[in-house]
Design a protein around this ligand. Sequence first.
Ligand SMILES: Nc1ncnc2c1ncn2[C@@H]1O[C@H](COP(=O)(O)OP(=O)(O)OP(=O)(O)O)[C@@H](O)[C@H]1O
Ligand SMILES: [Mg+2]
Length: 276
Amino acid sequence: MTLLTVSSTNHSFTNISKISTKTLVQMNDVWASYDSKNYVLREITLSIDNGVNYAIVGQSGSGKSTLLKLMNGMMKPSKGQVKINYQTPDTHDKKFKPLMAKIGYIPQSLGLIKNLTVIDNVLIGALPRIGKLKSFFKMFPENEIKEAEKILKLVGLEDKFERKAYMLSGGEKRRVAIARALIQKPELLLADEIVSELDHVTAREIMNLVADAQRTFNLTAVMVHHNMQLALEYANRVAVIKEGQKILEIGVEGDRIVDFQTGNMTQKEIIELYNQ
Ligand SMILES: Nc1ncnc2c1ncn2[C@@H]1O[C@H](COP(=O)(O)OP(=O)(O)OP(=O)(O)O)[C@@H](O)[C@H]1O
Ligand SMILES: [Mg+2]
């Protein structure tokens, strides 16, 4: 069984965690519900340091996307506290607009506008910096267009600026969504299963891209995955969510797995727990 083999040949994320020890994301005993009756997340306590890659893994319906929605302020906890950079995220409150601008969110559906070109999709990420009138008429300033082109080159789409989003492959769409998040100049990137459904090679290309972006922009990344192996290869920490609860948190250091939240467990036990 090679499921829990951690590759140390990939990106050296271990260096990133040493940049700073400041906590960027803090959740204290968070409970969440969509109907005020049933809790889809319970007792979630976690802490994410600046610069790390934090993976969230769990089965379908376990609450992973809900966890990201709490971090980006789309959803409020029923109980408990969510703090991003010591502030409460809230997309509905204008007071938190400067904070929200620092959070780059890539939803599970990617949220691309299929009839817009690649570059216009990316420029959507710059809208908070552009006046409402200008953005309505799509009058993007020259410096923003240049910035979008630069980022598209970074993500390897220099030859696809004018292509409509619906004419892209799955991997290319993910690159556009990453570019749209990066143009925001975020401090925190929240990515919801952006490599699921991709073949192994493309999934790693996209993960390497995020790793490069983390190094270049000193980004903190919280990434939801279906694939435990991929999470372990790229993340500094992996949280496993099951039926709304964090049942395990694993620290990854080089090729070692450390810091089991629930005590000393063998790799076999983790696999069994995860596969339940
Ligand atoms: N808008 C909503 N209204 C009501 N219930 C919801 C809503 N969104 C999610 N849920 C429920 O909350 C629970 C957690 O959903 P969530 O989308 O967070 O799971 P997930 O782990 O991201 O799943 P997947 O891997 O399938 O994306 C599920 O039981 C789901 O049915
Ligand atoms: Mg989800």
